[in-house]
Design a protein around this ligand. Structure first.
Ligand code: PBG
Ligand code: ZN
Length: 336
């Protein structure tokens, strides 16, 4: 039992001084509870079919759409920084009502996966986004029947897409369409195709968020009618988010994801307490754009804010983080 100079029990000031643990950079570093590492980070890559040279994205400064021919150099750079995983997003030349270029064995994502795998073997973990919105004329994440997003037809197509990515060599497929039963349909199709080692990272609690706007600009995937609120999560509902996590786990997901990240630290924390599965947080395009816009105006210190945001996401309970700042963060960590 702790007593003060007068012999009284004390667990408070002046016997307790929390500032003792903050007196120098060395002590603060010694006691840092949450540490980022480049191997926590997943770098997103946009690959566009038929592109001649890298293309800037207006609402996402420093992020580019890459041609297939630019992919090897990009992944080489990412690996040099100590990052071990990429998530690939494809922009096809052709869109149609069936999203047929999404499951084409010669599609842009399938070719990208093959290219990266051939060049780097298993040095890099390849994750693919499995969705239909970049591949459909209407821009919805599922197939449309009579002006409505048709859940059960969509999950069959999503399963085809996932199998085609896995056949090309993806380690992890990440369904982001928010269709009910998508994880189960994908797991069954992967297993039936002998792809039992391919893991599934579910976009489990994906909020209907305005923070995806820059991504839709980048990926040409803005819906042509309506919005995504009949399938993405209403962001005011934490219990419903946990049901999304639960159903994904029951359907056989290997990694759960919460998305976006910063406004949803509570959901990351709740998920951490509810499951032993690895948790991924996706710090989305809008989170990136907000920091970038402020930094470009001189209103925020980009490096410091990025470090704070990503550390907070990990502190809340995320094991891994998809972030457009992956390369920058890895460079900052190397400088420390
Ligand atoms: C496709 C997809 C989206 C994002 C990831 N996969 C867009 C959307 O659902 O509209 C958003 C990522 C980001 O904003 O960075 N379904
Ligand atoms: Zn989608």
């Amino acid at each position: 039992m702790k007593r003060n100079k007068r012999g009284r029990i004390s667990n408070a000031f002046p016997d307790v001084r929390l500032r003792r643990l903050r007196t120098s950079a060395a002590i603060r570093d010694l006691l840092q509870e949450t540490r980022l590492s480049p191997s926590d980070l997943i770098a997103p890559i946009f690959v566009q079919e038929g592109l001649k040279r890298p293309q800037k994205i207006g609402s996402m400064p420093d992020i580019q759409r890459l041609p297939l021919a630019g992919l090897v150099k990009e992944v080489e750079f990412i690996l040099k920084l100590g990052i071990k995983a990429v998530i690939l997003f494809g922009l096809p030349s052709n869109k149609d009502d069936q999203a047929s270029s999404a499951y084409d064995s010669k599609g842009i994502v399938q070719k990208s996966v093959e290219t990266v795998r051939k060049q780097f073997g298993d040095k890099i973990a390849i994750i693919t986004d499995v969705c239909l919105c970049q591949y459909t004329l209407h821009g919805h994440c599922g197939l449309v029947t009579n002006k409505k997003v048709d859940n059960d037809r969509s999950i069959a197509t999503l399963a085809q897409v996932a199998v085609s990515h896995a056949r090309a060599g993806a380690d992890i497929v990440a369904p982001s369409a928010m269709m009910d039963g998508q994880v189960q349909a994908i797991r069954e199709s992967l297993d039936d195709s002998g792809l039992t080692d391919t893991a599934i990272m579910g976009y489990s609690a994906k909020q209907a968020s305005p923070l995806y706007a820059p991504f839709r600009d980048a990926a040409h995937s803005t819906p042509g009618f309506g919005d995504r609120r009949t399938y993405q999560m209403p962001y005011a509902n934490a219990r419903e988010a946990m049901r999304e996590v639960e159903t994904d786990i029951e359907e056989g997901v290997d990694i759960v994801m919460i998305k976006p990240a910063i406004p949803y630290l509570d959901l990351i924390y709740k998920t951490r307490r509810a499951t032993k599965l690895p948790i991924c947080a996706y710090s989305v395009s809008g989170e990136y754009a907000l920091i970038k816009a402020a930094a470009l105006n001189g209103w925020a210190d980009e490096d410091a804010v990025t470090t704070e945001f990503l550390t907070s996401i990990k502190r809340a309970g995320a094991d891994i983080i998809i972030t457009y700042q992956a390369k920058k963060m890895a460079q900052l960590l190397a400088k420390r």
